[in-house]
Design a protein around this ligand. Structure first.
Ligand SMILES: [Ca+2]
Ligand SMILES: [Ca+2]
Ligand SMILES: [Ca+2]
Ligand SMILES: [Ca+2]
Length: 455
């Protein structure tokens, strides 16, 4: 007798546990009861929070109630009523004409004290017994209720008393496009070298749109698309990884700052978008050589000028920035006489460093170079003409002369040949030879710088 009792308790516990499991995972309701002619099990789906705690009642009345309830519940499975309402419907909006859909008249609703039975913490739907309709009791935010779960449904029962009746009702809450895709930050700043390779990738932030389906995030765009395009990769969680890929080289010298707009779009009607600003600062690379303002500079220097005299000034520009554009100048001539005579400072001033003598050198050609801190160089040259100064006396050189001449010498007899020389140029080097008036001789120019003394 005792052992039989134990079996009965353990099977009851087992069934109760099974009922819980079925209900918890699959929303099934499992009913069983012991009747004099045997045990009856009832299992059906459709009631989220129905009767699932099973007991094996000893009381005869309760047994009957369970049987009745079970049969009714089973019966109502086939007449389950479903409604569909969009989220965010205002309080008091009509959900459905439940009396009509269940085939009940209003008197029955009143006499049976019809009510909505739910175990949910918030009751979103209420029953108007007077009108026989279901109404919105609270506004529903689908995103708060179900997040990404679909379909998003409310399950409850309409219960009536005397006799006891239960009707499962499902209300599916459909999504509306009430959320725009949003980025967490308004702006993202990148610093990218202008030497970055084509295909370099830069991870962007993803946007979030809590809506589902077409109302959720659909795609991204990036504008302008001159230098970058977008690549999206699906992630394991269903979201998309977004990357900005360099497709055309950056050039700091052309554009140092880029401003782009990343837009996330959903597919709702009307469409909603969210934007994020992408700022790119292009970092310099040393990709420009210094360039002189002229390919050839012309200058003059007066001979005998003091050391330190400014001969000319040159400039070379480098389109880069910072150290990549900082230029120093050098004289590149390997001939010492030139590199010793002139020097160039960091400002591009070419200064005299030694003595310039027109009579020795009338012109100099300087090869100059401008070098940036990255080692790139550009070149040019300076042609310096030396200006003469009258710093030489003419010199007289008697080439040949007769020591004496006969007194009756014929006219035009050459007595002496004289060469006259002045190393200066132009007028400074022009020599005019004259004799004292009182001598009976004449000086005649024979050819350039040569004179003859005649009777
Ligand atoms: Ca929504
Ligand atoms: Ca949306
Ligand atoms: Ca440079
Ligand atoms: Ca550069």
């Amino acid at each position: 007798m005792r052992s039989a009792h134990c079996r009965r308790v353990s099977s009851a516990l087992f069934l109760d546990l099974l009922g819980h499991i079925l209900h918890f995972y699959w929303n099934y309701v499992f009913l069983s009861f012991q009747y004099p002619f045997g045990r009856i099990y009832l299992l059906f789906n459709g009631i989220k929070h129905g009767i699932h705690c099973l007991a094996l009642p000893s009381d005869r009345t309760m047994k009957r109630q369970v049987l009745l309830m079970s049969v009714l519940c089973l019966g109502s499975v086939f007449g389950q009523v479903s409604y569909s309402v969009p989220e965010e419907m205002p309080k008091g909006s009509l959900v459905g004409n439940i009396a009509q859909d269940l085939g009940l008249d209003l008197k029955r609703l009143k006499s049976g004290k019809a009510r909505v039975y739910t175990t949910d913490r918030t009751q979103f739907i209420e029953l108007s017994r007077e009108r026989g309709v279901l109404l919105m009791k609270e506004k529903i935010d689908r995103e708060a209720l179900c997040r990404q779960t679909t379909p998003c449904s409310l399950h409850f029962q309409i219960t009536l008393e005397s006799p006891l009746e239960m009707f499962p009702v499902t209300v599916e809450v459909t999504d509306i496009n009430d959320n725009a895709p949003a980025f967490q930050k308004e702006e993202r700043v990148f610093e990218i070298s202008e030497s970055a390779a084509i295909g370099s990738k830069f991870m962007l932030e993803k946007a979030i749109d809590p809506d589902i389906g077409r109302n959720g995030l659909q795609r991204y765009t990036l504008k302008p698309s001159d230098n970058f395009n977008l690549q999206a990769h699906a992630r394991s969680d269903g979201s998309k990884k977004v990357e900005m890929v360099l497709q055309k080289p950056l050039d700091r010298e052309k554009q140092e700052h880029l401003s782009l707009v990343l837009t996330a779009e959903d597919g709702g009607e009307p469409q909603m978008t969210g934007t994020m600003r992408i700022r790119v600062t292009v970092l310099d690379a040393n990709d420009n050589t210094p360039v002189f303002s002229k390919t050839v500079y012309k200058a003059t220097i007066t001979e005998n000028s003091a050391k330190g005299t400014l001969v000319t000034k040159v400039t070379a520009n480098d389109a880069d920035s910072g150290a990549n554009a900082k230029v120093t100048y050098v004289i590149g001539n390997s001939v010492e006489t030139v590199s010793d005579l002139f020097y160039i400072n960091n400002d591009g001033d070419v200064l005299l460093a030694g003595a310039v003598d027109y009579e020795k050198e009338k012109m100099f050609t300087l090869d100059i170079e401008a070098i940036d801190q990255g080692g790139l160089s550009g070149s040019s040259k300076i042609i310096i003409d030396v200006i003469d100064v009258n710093d030489n006396n003419p010199s007289i050189n008697v080439m040949s002369a007769s020591g004496s001449i006969p007194e009756d010498s014929a006219l035009k007899t050459v007595i002496a040949l004289i060469s006259v020389n002045d190393p200066d140029s132009d007028n400074n080097g022009k020599v005019n030879c004259v004799l004292n008036d009182i001598i009976p001789f004449e000086i005649k120019s024979t050819s350039n710088n040569f004179y003859s003394l005649v009777t």
